[in-house]
Design a protein around this ligand. Structure first.
Ligand SMILES: Cc1ncc(COP(=O)(O)O)c(C=O)c1O
Length: 452
């Protein structure tokens, strides 16, 4: 599995010293490379997107059919049936607590739309001083400058710091630092007081984290406390469900299992399921009403917003999910999948915690010398894990967040909802083999450090 490297391509690749295997074809959870390798996809295309598997004829046909009618029109002048139907279907089936939907092309666009909506809501109410956003520091909401500023991760923001708006952050209440959720609430009170609650437009977070803290959700007390503070201070709560929306945790939206309802929620990834770039920003009636009775405009338009082609794909995705009862499948199979992974990794000294919500699983690593500390930054265990997994014919996605100070290396498994039992078992099997090799290398590297 060698692939194409930066000297042999006209593409400007992401990392210039890596070779990229070229994927030719996918079928369900199996990927086939131009070099003749077969890879088991345990992360829905690597970015939690292809949640219905690869090569679904039903979706491809719906895409072609819609493109044949009309593929593109700009939504400044027209609406179209796929956009209308997708909005209605989403609200009817997946998010009855929401009132309106705006469609865009990707997660960062959807989150920026949420940000603009929160600000417009306050401005339209005459509360023009509210602009700041508070969010957990260990988060990810997109790669654009506005969404990057919502994350407190200096590792990602450097060297673009001058472009980052001065938002506010609280430490995430992970098991390591704040197992009850009270610490994060105290931190929230403190930033509210320092900034002045009258300057705060929104609290922005994932109800269940994906890439930033795989499969982590703060304790119930945190959510209850957040709801109390929203009531007291008048900011909005925005849930980023770019990854978790549309079934990933076994509910249409992960937030539907929490003791708080967001005012604005975003969905992406699975909404287009890899067959079209598609994401959406949904809001509740009271948010919409403020604009309806105020400026009567939410004038923000990306070229592909609400276009017929991606919206037709979104409709086909929802149909496929409903026809194949995939929500039930994820809800029923997710907990046992997590338990199976945890027991398979029980003997692995570098594994500190296995978390799971539906088909979103997270593995958190520790230093095997004390079973608690983060692995040394210099080891970059995340890259080692992803590379070794590919050698085993397995696609997982790991993060190396040590520099940010809140967590260390972690792996995210997010298989397609359509994965069969034997495929899930094979993912675990290959992952265990991967971690055996990684652990061996890490222990050897740590041994060398101890000696020097
Ligand atoms: C939670 C979350 N929000 C937003 C985004 C950004 O989505 P996109 O890359 O489609 O802009 C991502 C991407 O991984 C994400 O994981």
């Amino acid at each position: 599995m060698i692939g194409i490297n930066s000297d042999a391509t006209s593409v400007f690749p992401r990392y210039l010293s890596r070779s990229y295997p070229s994927i030719e074809r996918g079928e369900g959870v199996w990927l086939y490379t131009a070099e003749g390798d077969e890879i088991l996809d345990a992360c829905s295309g690597g970015a939690m997107v292809a949640s219905l598997g690869h090569g679904r004829d039903e979706i491809v046909e719906a895409t072609w059919e819609s493109a044949g009618d009309i593929a593109y029109m700009y939504n400044q002048f027209f609406t179209n049936q796929p956009q209308e139907q997708l909005a209605q279907r989403l609200l009817d089936v997946a998010a009855p607590e929401m009132a309106r939907a705006r469609f865009v092309s990707g997660g960062a666009e959807a989150n920026e739309t949420a940000l603009r909506l929160a600000r417009t809501y306050h401005v339209d109410r005459g509360d023009t001083g509210r602009w700041r956003v508070i969010s957990p520091a260990q988060s990810y909401h997109g790669a654009t400058m506005a969404t990057l500023a919502l994350s407190g991760r200096t590792g990602l923001q450097t060297p673009f710091d001058p472009y980052m708006a001065k938002h506010l952050h609280i430490p995430p209440s992970t098991k390591r630092f704040d197992p009850t959720g009270e610490g994060a609430l105290d931190a929230l009170d403190q930033v509210l007081e320092e900034a002045g609650p009258e300057t705060v437009a929104a609290f922005f977070c994932e109800p269940v984290s994906a890439a930033a803290l795989p499969a982590y959700s703060p304790p119930t007390r945190f959510w209850e406390g957040l709801a109390e503070r929203r009531e007291r201070h008048g900011f909005l709560v925005c849930f980023d469900e770019i990854v978790t929306g549309i079934g990933r945790t076994g509910r249409w939206f992960a937030g539907q299992g929490l003791p708080i309802e967001p005012d604005i929620v975003t969905a992406g990834k699975t909404l287009g399921a890899g067959y079209a770039p598609l994401a959406g920003t949904l809001c509740r009636e009271h948010v919409y009403e403020v604009l309806a009775n105020g400026s009567r405009a939410f004038d923000l338009g990306h070229t592909w917003d609400g276009a017929p082609l991606p919206c037709a794909v979104g409709l086909a995705v929802l149909d496929f999910m409903i026809n194949n009862k995939l929500l039930d499948r994820v809800a029923a199979r997710g907990p046992s999948f997590r338990d199976e992974l945890e027991s398979a990794l029980a003997g692995c000294d570098i594994v500190g915690e296995v978390r799971g919500h539906g088909f979103l699983l997270g593995v958190d690593y520790v230093d095997p010398r004390d079973g608690q500390s983060l692995l040394p930054d210099s080891l970059d265990a995340a890259t080692l894990i992803d590379d070794k997994a590919l050698e085993q014919g397995l696609l997982v996605t790991s993060t190396h967040s040590t520099r940010d100070g809140f967590t260390g290396d972690q792996t995210l498994l997010a298989p397609a909802y359509t994965s069969k039992d034997e495929e899930l078992a094979e993912m675990i099997n290959r992952f265990v083999k991967t971690l055996e090799k990684v652990e061996h290398e890490i222990k050897a590297a740590l041994g060398r450090t101890n000696q020097s």
